[in-house]
Design a protein around this ligand. Structure first.
Ligand code: UD1
Length: 342
């Protein structure tokens, strides 16, 4: 019997890239996904890259019985990387209860099933830089205070971290690393997997690539009157494969019992901030496509600037983001071209 890692939301954007890295590092994984924002075709991509067809179970983690059954049927699970969650900020404002039920309910059921096992268990949680809100100091360290969440989505990340922290205090067999992602972009260099937003994308990079592909007539740039160098908002755009690799490093850290505390948090970013206009210019450079864009009003809830202080992840995990903005945008564009047959 081999020990296995459960990857929830493993067919999603970050989940699929992390599944590839785990398999390539010799881990056996079980992917569960409710397919609410993904498709089984992603399994083909994972297989093409790794040569391995991971076990896949279609499962809704909001169903407590199914979660318990999953754990009963797989006594060989030693850990989890928990990606499965709703993530659309605007939608969460309109449907808060669905967000709390899905993102918090599922987490609680998983933790109850883990506790029932009564064994050592490693847990990686997908968190977000959204927990910092508009930080008072840049770059943002893990010590920056948690600000009141702007949206129910953001609140589910804060509450999720609180729940995990509390449970590590009552259950010392539980080891947790919470990874606070800055802005993940790009796709796998093989172009077998990438970002597949359902419906109209809300995030900048998929909107850029779709506009370049002719799906949208123009890109709206939300505000150019912010107190930044060129007036547009600044973010830390990190290549999804770099992000994925950090999960494997974090998981190994827990397995090797190297944590300084049972609950640890790490920022995952490049450490570099880029404005919306810089992203557009860099995209135009790497793609050779001239983007049709227009400056429009600010988007409600947007923060001015956020980029990571990555020294904790660099020093403690020995992890560094390797890909720069050009590579990230190039892979995002290659993927878009592939799925649109351009
Ligand atoms: C958003 C969420 C964040 C969440 C993350 C998940 C908000 C306020 N924040 O991050 O909580 O964790 O998504 O992926 O929604 N932009 C445009 N035009 C567009 C789209 C975006 O100008 O069509 C700008 C935005 O104003 C922002 C930047 O591009 O300055 C990045 O936006 P986006 O990709 O949506 O990410 P965040 O807002 O940073």
């Amino acid at each position: 019997m081999h020990s296995k890692i459960l990857v929830t939301g493993g067919l999603g954007y970050i989940g699929s890239h992390t599944s590839v890295e785990l398999i390539q590092q010799g881990f056996e994984i079980i992917i569960v996904d409710d397919l609410s924002n993904s498709s089984t075709e992603v399994l083909e991509g994972i297989k093409k890259i790794t040569g391995v067809s991971p076990e896949f179970i279609k499962l809704d983690l909001k169903n407590k019985n199914e979660v318990n059954q999953l754990f009963d049927n797989h006594p060989d699970l030693i850990g989890i990387i928990h990606f499965a969650a709703y993530k659309a900020v605007g939608e969460s404002v309109n449907q808060p209860l669905e967000y709390y039920e899905n993102n918090i309910g599922s987490l609680v059921y998983l933790l109850q099933a883990i506790e029932k096992k009564g064994q050592r268990f490693s847990f990686i949680f997908s968190s977000s830089c959204t927990v910092y809100g508009q930080a008072d100091q840049l770059p943002i360290t893990e010590e920056a205070p948690i600000k009141k969440a702007e949206s129910p989505y953001g609140n589910t990340k804060q509450i999720g971290e609180d729940i995990l922290y509390d449970v590590t205090r009552s259950n010392t067999l539980l080891k947790v690393i919470s990874l606070r992602y800055f802005n993940p972009i790009g796709g796998h260099s093989s172009i077998e997997i990438g970002e597949l937003p359902k419906g109209k994308p809300q995030n900048l990079v998929p909107f850029i690539t779709q506009t370049a592909a002719g799906i949208h007539q123009k890109l709206n740039v939300f505000g150019d009157d912010y107190p930044t160098a060129d007036g547009t908002c600044v973010r830390d755009y990190i290549h999804v494969v770099d992000l994925a690799k950090a999960h494997v490093v974090g998981f190994k850290r827990m397995l090797a019992d190297e944590q300084s505390e049972n609950f640890e948090v790490f920022n995952l970013g490049t450490g570099k901030g880029n404005s919306v206009l810089e992203v557009i210019k860099t995209f135009e450079k790497v793609s050779g496509v001239s983007l049709n864009y227009e400056i429009v009003d600010r988007r409600q809830g947007d923060i001015v600037a956020a980029y990571a202080d990555t020294s904790k992840a660099n020093k403690v995990l020995g992890w560094h983001a390797k890909n720069d903005l050009e590579v990230s945008l190039k892979t995002a564009w290659e993927w878009e071209k592939k799925i649109r047959n351009i």
